[in-house]
Design a protein. Structure first.
Lengths: 193, 502, 177, 241, 239, 353
């Protein structure tokens, strides 16, 4: 049990997908203007990521490995992911038009959110079993959501600050992300020991 | 440091330099020379302006009705002295904009002739309704600053089963001592006024809250109340804005008024101490509210005093009487320095709401440069309401008023504690006043847009109706023509047939 | 042989996913966009066309499709901008927004001939008066559309800023720190 | 005799069929036709499957064509590493082909089973080499490969992969510093247990200023590798082939 | 094929958009993951940029060719399928026949699949435009990406290690060894820029620098807003 | 002439920004003075370089922005940041470390965000952490205690600070926390790893460490002075120290071989400095009392976690930066109860009161 908890925490904090692994940066920058939308995006991603981790594990271990067709891994994974995302998109469109409006182009982009494919591939690379894969996916998504929400909070506050014109908007957001990433370096070494 | 050990009933607040000693030691001056002309605005209360009942040229007696109240919430105004009406015109109001307002101008005849009035033998035998009526007829309004017609509050109290009348003698604003002096000199009359109010509201008990920086007033009041066990006197800590009725109520009783409610909702009515005195005068002496005690103070005033002034006196005259040094005066303020307004000039009349006239020097207003907010959160600490002034101001700065409303802008009482404490000297209250005004403007615009839509719909419907009518008309005309033609044709045919047969 | 199975598996996967997505698309179809309605309700509704669209509804549609900025409607002023920005989740810098000063039409009594032309064009019936009589504008109903000014033959209608009185006086914005 | 016309007619038929198919395809590809097809469920599934088929075929053949080559490249890579730690003069066999699996679960090498490559000269084992991991580097595991001669003396050690801090811990790479060469010739016999440590801990190996953990952990791992070799020495050196 | 068409106004606009006005990274804020993950050195940036450019060229072409076939409901899976297939092909071939290069880039190649800008361009441009402009768009967007990759990698490499294009010969072949330079010999190294936080911060300053340049240019010419919003539809070069 | 309308209040409190900053500097003075005494002239040079360069960078940035530099410099925040940066540096660090630290703090930490009051992260901590990451060697070279006049002279010290020559190994050692971390990595257990640690000396500050962090007692004196003056609130420091003390007590009782005692924790590293002077930074901490309690607790928790299980010996800098990132969220969700309303903003029920 505690081993699983450690896996989730380690994935979310120490090896944070966004700040340490550099995955999923585009939605991280694109959908973090508002706290609410960041939370929405985080939850959408959590859903997709967890599901995709499980689905890709099944694909890998039930189809690709038995038939020795590892070269189709990327292709198969991305196909499954794309389908999961598309499905999520349709559900959100149906249930929450405002959220849909806001997440806009980013929902389809979860497909190419490196985080999703990246985590699915890492699952295989790290030789995780099914439960571990699931938790790894969930932990990564948790880490993603965590930094999304932190970052959105910071950016919401930045919106009221007198940032110089040259830096306001994207540049200061990047710099802030850098400092956030610096802060997360403090977790280095936590999980490995 | 040990803020957490303090009374949880007391939140926020500041301790500004009091500067009450300038005037607190001297008796109220009552020999102010009667001015030649008095300017009485018809609106000196919240609600509808009063409607003048006098014409230019009319002679009036002291205490005579000048304008009667209008509608549900309003109050009459009376002649402060005897004389002749010389004008009813627009005259600058004691308001930061000094924009004009309808004003009755009386030229005094110096005789101070009183109107004959009814004085009851035993006022405490009057019916409660009667008391309320007389208070209303005397034009008494709340003298604590809100200038809400007092009779309405009394009536409301009677109808709502009030358990407590809270008498607000906080006088928490620096400089001001008029209530303090009033209590020292007229304690018995005030207590009589309170008893009348209790009777008028049929309320069982009253609490008087006095800030602990007025020990003389406290003992005077205590002496005056000794025979009336249903009136208690409590000292409250000196901390601005203790005089905010809700703060004092929370401190004294632990009760809190719901945000969208009134004091009467929880069985309390709050009146100012000077209001009680005015009630006494209205009932026991039959005198309407035509004068009041005003603190004239500030470093630019040579002889700061409390002075009883007829309503309508120009502030410039009052200041001249006390000896103001124009060169030293950096700002003229009506009311206290915290909530009062700066006036552009002194040629405006004293009104019922005016409890202070301050001529402040540069040293007193002490106004350094405005800097960026350093988020010190002092403003949060001192806000008695529990708001986040820095956050609201930052939203308003970029015109996001809705966001400011979400943060509680509408609960702000404009007490000024936040602006006072801010080390960066940010005009926080000014932001909130601006935003509130802007919101009212938006509300009105919304209202107007709705109105517009309705008007346009009406018009479109009318146009449509006209068009339809015109069409129907045309149709009818056409049908008629067709019928005529048919008839003609038929006739023709007949004729032809006839010819044929012929 | 593994190549064959690869081809088979992937094709089957494609078939399966295509089918399920297609079905999902059918069942989860979204008919109309309720957002347009909500936005239209926010608009001033004077259909004045200052936004460059032929009325408020098209303007709302353009907003939803993202082809128009939230600052499009001058009559709505910054209040509208703020509401739209919230609804659509976009960032706007309102700090320098300046609402245009509200104006109302006023009839100057010397030159009015009572021709009733203004009376006929006013969309809100803000002008009152009988033929051959001096007309007057009800300031509260006038929306400042200037249509009457355009048709008046004697230039007796002019736009004036709304008069400031104690009733509509507001605190100005403090100078920025 | 009549086979020729038959062939002709067959090819003609085929040509015709092809022609017809081409025409049909052209008609089918007409934008107007596609417009009609696209909303159909059947079509959607089909087209996705079609593209999947296309991709699978493409990749399948690409893989068929390259699988062998890639396998070979990987072998070459491994070979290259092994050659660095086992001098060419010491063996005449193919290292990759001569391997034994040894249980290393107790040795702390980061794996349950370790594949040991045997270097042989004229059929006799002259040296062994194997990969192992220092799991507790500063930033993460450090993969190493080591060659050891019959007497348990180190022939060479190399770092295969690591994620230590660039500029600090990465001096363990041969391309960054010669530090790793200091292990050549060291064995459990010519150094005491205390000496198998960085200088700061009283040993003989240098640390890097400001980064002691990386070298400390590498030294400890290499020593564990030698212990592993020692405990399996007899088993490995006797030739069972 | 007549190359001069590439200098006609619509193509010039594509070129400008790709390289500067609508730059993948600096303006669109896309493709950030590979951008930050591999730009430890200028060489890595160059290699990854070139590989991405190649994939973009091919994927935009493929998407555009098949755009009439694809129903909008399942366009994303199909686009992704195409891109993944292309990337896997590149991966396989590099691995087999340019093994040294693959060893350096190997880790990052699958990342190209998930580079959002490839799908982004497929969606925004190639699925609506004829083949030739689409491919040109892919090329130019890729080029713009590569330029930023190299600049970012260069800045990070110089500040953190004092070198520029180190290891260029390993990655790109011996012919490129001339690129390898030591800018600051005996440099202590400002490690921050080599690490993840530094990547973000340097990128922030790069975007600010572009803004500064744009502001200087803007005083000369001004582009109306409407043009930026609507993608131009180009006729000509129909397949 | 819109501006002529002035709103109340017409009097103002006497406390201004520059006074606040000055008083914080004064409160830091004893600890800084002790640091200079403890580590000699090089420490003084470093302090001077850091403060001067902080002011210089501030002035340069303001100049670039086109703002008059003098008024902003006078508010003293740049000096304070400079002092705080110097206090977190190894006392014999070369001059360029000080200059880089000031540059990071002022430019990256403050001016790109728009200057005073606009920054999201504590500039001094940002500088500390960025330097640690960038120059781990210089930032972990701790000189032995060499009180003024016993160490190198004026000129020699000048050379030490400005030439950048390495400090001889014999003159350096590890800090308490560093020693313990190293001990653990050599598989030692506690009393052994602590060596000849003396809690009393540590409290006075007679040990290796950063320029201004060693003397817990002097820092606490300064902090309490600020508390009494009402310049800082008690919430953040108390909750921070209490959290660390509580967690370390629990774990120390559970396994005293691997977890330091609360006494060592409180006297080690920058804990007291951070609690009183860093966690209370107005700009980067929450603005409600409850928020500050949460902030302090979060800092304490993170410090303990990083010290006990993390890769770095000390975690205060990281903990502060992390909690700075959480601050906007705290401010968003934690708001004071408004008069007449429940915490969720709904008006009170009439019956309930
Ligand atoms: C910030 C603030 C301070 C106030 N201070 C006083 C005061 O010192 N004395 C007072 O009588 N009323 C004061 N008031 C007004 C009271 O809240 C309340 O309106 C008044 O006591 C009602 O009595 P009245 O109707 O007789 O005026 C203050 C109000 C506010 C908002
Ligand atoms: C950003 C950073 C990266 C580091 N990287 C390494 C590393 O890769 N290897 C290492 O042994 N120590 C590294 N360290 C240093 C360790 O934290 C630790 O201080 C050091 O190993 C102790 O060595 P010393 O005893 O020589 O000071 C790094 C420190 C920092 C701040
Ligand atoms: C109690 C207190 C603590 C402070 N702590 C810090 C600090 O840790 N780091 C720092 O750079 N400045 C500190 N300051 C000074 C300023 O707040 C500092 O200049 C600010 O954090 C930097 O941003 P600003 O100058 O834009 O406000 C402190 C100030 C006070 C009053
Ligand atoms: C305010 C302040 C903050 C510090 N923050 C950190 C930190 O985050 N990480 C660190 O390793 N050392 C930090 N140090 C240094 C630390 O307390 C100590 O000197 C050594 O890190 C202990 O090995 C800090 C020092 C001060 C004065
Ligand atoms: S003016 Fe408003 S915000 Fe400021 S302290 Fe008073 S109630 Fe609070
Ligand atoms: S008191 Fe002034 S400086 Fe302090 S937080 Fe409030 S607005 Fe900002
Ligand atoms: S400008 Fe505003 S009010 Fe006028 S038509 Fe457009 S949306 Fe309607
Ligand atoms: S401006 Fe428009 S609304 Fe106003 S009176 Fe003229 S026509 Fe009517
Ligand atoms: S490249 Fe855009 S999310 Fe990774």
């Amino acid at each position: 049990m505690s081993e699983y908890l450690l896996l989730i925490l380690g994935t979310a904090l120490v090896n944070n997908v966004v700040l340490v692994k550099f995955l999923g940066l585009c939605p991280f920058m694109g959908v973090s203007n508002k706290l609410d939308t960041a939370l929405g995006m985080g939850m959408a991603t959590t859903f997709v990521l967890t599901l995709a981790s499980a689905a890709s594990w099944v694909l890998e271990h039930k189809l690709l490995m038995p038939f020795d067709i590892g070269f189709l891994r990327v292709l198969g994974f991305i196909l499954v992911i794309a389908a999961v995302v598309q499905f999520t998109e349709m559900v959100i469109h149906k249930t929450s038009p405002v959220l849909y409006q806001v997440l806009g182009i980013f929902l389809p982009l979860i497909t190419t959110n490196c985080a999703v494919l990246g985590v699915a591939l890492l699952n295989i690379q790290e030789k995780y079993n099914f439960v571990q894969s699931l938790l790894f996916g969930f932990g990564s998504a948790l880490g993603f959501t965590l930094v999304m929400v932190l970052f959105a909070g910071l950016r919401e506050r930045l919106a009221f600050m007198a940032v110089p014109a040259l830096f306001s908007g994207t540049p200061i957001a990047f710099i802030t992300a850098g400092i956030l990433s610096l802060a997360f370096m403090g977790f280095a070494g936590l999980y490995s020991k | 440091m040990l803020a957490f050990l303090e009374n949880p009933r007391l939140r926020g607040g500041i301790h500004a330099e009091e500067r009450k000693h300038l005037t607190s030691g001297q008796a109220i001056v009552t020999h102010f020379p009667l001015p030649k002309k008095l300017y009485i605005p018809v609106q000196q209360h919240v609600g509808k302006p009063a409607e003048p009942v006098v014409k230019v040229g009319d002679k009036v007696l002291k205490g005579q009705l000048l304008a009667h109240s209008q509608g549900a919430i309003s109050a009459p105004v009376h002649a402060p002295t005897s004389g002749r009406i010389v004008d009813v015109k627009d005259f600058p109001a004691p308001h930061p904009s000094a924009l004009p307002v309808r004003t009755v101008v009386i030229e005094s005849d110096g005789k101070e002739e009183w109107l004959e009035t009814f004085i009851p033998d035993d006022p405490f035998q009057l019916e409660p309704e009667e008391i309320c009526m007389r208070v209303g007829g005397a034009g008494v309004v709340g003298l604590g600053g809100a200038v809400f017609p007092s009779a309405i509050k009394l009536n409301l109290g009677r109808k709502n089963n009030i358990h407590t009348l809270l008498i607000n003698a906080g006088e928490c604003e620096p400089y001001l001592t008029c209530d303090d002096r009033l209590m020292q000199e007229h304690a018995n009359q005030i207590v009589a006024g309170i008893r009348l109010m209790l009777r008028g509201m049929m309320a069982p008990k009253a609490i008087i809250g006095i800030e602990d920086n007025k020990p003389e007033a406290f003992s005077a009041m205590q002496a005056a109340c000794r025979d009336f066990p249903n009136i208690t006197i409590s000292q409250v800590p000196t901390r601005y804005p203790m005089g905010w009725d809700r703060q004092m109520l929370r401190y004294l009783t632990g009760l809190e008024i719901p945000a969208d409610g009134r004091a009467t909702d929880i069985g309390v009515v709050v009146h100012n101490i000077a209001t009680a005195y005015a009630v006494y005068r209205a009932i026991c002496l039959g005198q309407p509210l035509i004068s009041r005690v005003v603190t004239v103070s500030g470093e630019a005033v040579a002889n700061p005093i409390n002075i009883e002034l007829p309503i309508g006196t120009l502030m410039s005259e009052a200041l001249a009487f006390c000896g103001v040094d124009k060169a030293k005066m950096a700002r003229l303020v009506i009311g206290g320095p915290m909530m009062g307004d700066a006036l552009p000039h002194a040629d405006v009349p004293v009104v019922k709401a005016c409890n202070g006239i301050l001529a402040l020097s540069h040293r007193e207003i002490h106004e350094p440069e405005t800097q960026a907010c350093i988020r010190c959160s002092s403003c949060v600490t001192v806000c008695p309401v529990g708001l986040l002034p820095l956050e609201m101001a930052s939203r308003i700065r970029v015109n996001q008023l809705e966001a400011a409303v979400d943060l509680g802008l509408k609960d702000c009482i404009s007490c000024g504690s936040c602006s006072y404490i801010c080390p960066s000297n940010i005009p926080l209250v000014h932001y909130f006043k601006f935003a509130s005004g802007e919101l009212v403007k938006r509300q009105q615009a919304d209202h107007k847009a709705e109105q517009t839509k309705r008007l346009m719909d009406d018009r479109n419907q009318r146009m449509e109706r006209i068009r339809l009518e015109a069409e129907a008309e045309a149709q009818r005309a056409q049908e008629a023509r067709a019928a005529r033609l048919a008839q003609q044709a038929a006739q023709q045919k007949q004729r032809e047939q006839a010819e044929e047969t012929v | 042989m593994y190549v064959l199975s690869a081809i088979l598996i992937l094709t089957a996967l494609g078939l399966l996913l295509g089918l399920s997505l297609g079905i999902a698309a059918k069942y989860l179809k979204v008919e109309s966009d309720p957002l347009v309605e909500r936005i239209e309700a926010l608009m001033p509704g004077s259909q004045c066309g200052q936004c460059g669209f032929p009325g408020c509804r098209p303007a709302a549609e353009a907003l939803v499709s993202g082809s128009a900025p939230v600052t499009l409607c001058p009559p709505g002023g910054s209040a509208l901008v703020e509401q739209l920005a919230r609804l659509l989740g976009v960032d706007v810098d309102l700090s320098n927004a300046q609402d245009q000063e509200a104006m109302v039409a006023r009839v100057s009594e010397e030159t009015c001939t009572g021709c009733t032309r203004c009376f006929k064009v006013c969309p809100t019936d803000a002008i009152v008066g009988a033929p051959k009589q001096i007309h007057a504008v009800v300031a509260d109903a006038c929306i400042g559309c200037k249509k009457c000014v355009a048709v008046c033959p004697t230039e007796c209608l002019q736009m004036h800023p709304i008069e400031v009185t104690l009733r509509n006086w507001r605190w100005p914005k403090p100078l920025a720190a | 005799m009549n086979s020729k016309p038959e062939i002709n007619s067959v090819s003609a038929k085929a040509g015709k069929a092809l022609e017809v198919a081409r025409q049909k395809l052209a008609i089918w590809l007409e934008p107007a036709n596609l417009e009609k097809l696209r909303p159909q469920l059947r079509y959607q599934a089909g087209i996705l499957a079609g593209f999947a088929l296309l991709a699978a075929v493409l990749l399948g053949f690409a893989d068929l064509a390259t699988r062998g080559v890639i396998q070979q490249r990987l072998q070459e890579d491994l070979q290259a590493y092994l050659e660095q730690v086992v001098p060419a003069g010491l063996h005449d066999n193919n290292l990759l082909a001569d391997t034994v699996q040894v249980n290393s679960s107790a040795a702390g090498l980061g794996a349950e089973q370790t594949e040991v490559y045997l270097a042989k000269k004229q059929g006799e084992v002259t040296a062994v080499c194997f990969k192992f991991v220092a799991p507790d580097g500063y930033a993460g595991p450090i993969s190493l490969v080591m060659g050891v001669d019959r007497n348990g003396e180190i022939l060479g050690v190399r770092v295969i992969a690591h994620i230590e801090t660039p500029g600090l811990g990465d001096k363990i790479e041969i391309s960054k510093s010669k530090w790793i060469l200091a292990f050549n010739g060291k064995s459990l016999n010519n150094l005491t247990v205390e000496q198998w440590a960085v200088k700061k801990d009283g040993g003989v190996f240098d640390q890097f200023s400001g980064a002691t953990i990386t070298p400390r952990k590498v030294v400890q791992a290499i020593r564990r590798g030698l212990v592993f070799f020692q405990s399996h020495q007899a088993e490995l050196l006797t030739d069972r082939h | 094929m007549n190359l001069s068409i590439l200098f006609s106004a619509p193509y010039r606009k594509i070129t400008r958009d790709g390289l500067w006005d609508n730059n993948v990274v600096l303006t669109q804020n896309l493709a950030l993951c590979p951008l930050l993950a591999v730009t430890g050195t200028a060489t890595n940036g160059l290699g990854m940029g070139l590989a991405t450019m190649a994939v973009m060229l091919a994927s935009n072409g493929a998407v555009s060719v098949s755009r009439h076939l694809i129903p909008s409901e399942i366009r994303i899976p199909i686009f992704v399928l195409l891109i993944a297939a292309l990337v896997t092909l590149v991966d396989i071939f590099l691995n087999a026949w340019m093994h040294e290069l693959h060893k350096v880039l190997g880790l990052f190649i699958p990342l190209i699949v998930t580079n959002c800008v490839i799908l982004g361009r497929a969606e925004a441009f190639a699925s609506k435009q004829p083949v030739l402009p689409s491919m040109w768009d892919g090329l130019m967007m890729g080029a713009g990406f590569t330029v930023v990759m190299v600049i970012l990698g260069g800045v990070r490499e110089v500040t953190s290690a004092g070198t520029l294009f180190s290891n260029a010969s390993v990655l790109l072949g011996e012919g490129f060894s001339f690129l390898e330079t030591v800018i600051i010999p005996e440099y202590k190294g400002f490690l921050l820029t080599a690490l993840p936080p530094g990547g973000f911060i340097v990128l922030g300053f790069l975007v600010a620098a572009k803004r500064l340049l744009d502001k200087k240019v803007k005083t000369v010419q001004h582009q109306p807003v409407a043009e930026i919003i609507a993608e131009p539809v180009i006729n000509g070069g129909e397949l | 002439m819109k501006t002529s309308v002035i709103s109340g209040p017409h009097v103002a409190a006497p406390r201004r920004v520059d006074q606040i900053m000055r008083q914080v500097i004064i409160a830091l003075a004893p600890a800084v003075g002790f640091g200079v005494f403890l580590f000699g002239w090089p420490a003084l040079y470093l302090l001077t370089v850091t403060v001067l360069s902080a002011m210089l960078f501030e002035a340069a940035c303001l100049k670039l922005k086109g703002v008059a530099a003098a008024p902003s410099l006078r508010d003293g925040s740049a000096v304070l940041t400079g002092v705080l940066v110097a206090m977190t540096l190894p006392p014999w660090a070369p001059w360029w470390i000080g200059v880089s630290g000031s540059a990071i703090a002022i430019i990256l930490g403050k001016q790109v965000y728009g200057g005073l009051g606009q920054n999201l992260f504590n500039p001094a901590m940002l500088a500390r952490v960025a330097l640690l990451i960038s120059f781990p060697i210089e930032m972990t070279t701790w000189v032995n205690v060499t009180p003024l006049f016993t160490g190198p002279g004026l000129a020699e010290s000048f050379a030490l600070t400005f030439s950048g020559l390495p400090i001889p190994d014999a003159m350096t050692g590890a800090t308490t926390l560093g020693m313990v971390k190293t001990g653990f990595s050599q598989n030692q257990i506690l009393p052994q790893a602590l060596g000849d640690y003396s809690g009393i000396l540590a409290m006075i500050g007679w040990e290796r460490g950063s320029l201004g962090e060693t003397s817990g007692i002097l820092l606490a004196v300064g902090g309490i002075a600020l508390l009494r003056k009402g310049i800082i609130q008690w919430h953040a420091p108390v909750s921070l120290l209490a959290t660390v003390a509580l967690l370390s007590s629990i774990f120390h009782l559970w396994d005293s071989g691997h977890y330091l005692s609360p006494w060592v924790h409180l006297n080690s590293g920058a804990l007291i400095l951070v609690a009183f002077f860093i966690a209370t930074d107005y700009v980067t901490s929450p603005n409600t009392p409850l928020g500050q309690l949460i902030f302090g607790t979060g800092c304490g928790l993170l410090i303990f976690v990083i010290r006990s299980w993390g890769g770095y010996p000390e975690g205060t800098g990281f903990a502060i930066l992390l909690m700075n990132a959480v601050t906007p969220l705290i401010d968003h969700y934690i708001r004071p109860r408004i008069y007449g309303r429940y915490r969720n903003g709904k008006p009170l029920d009439i019956s309930s009161s």
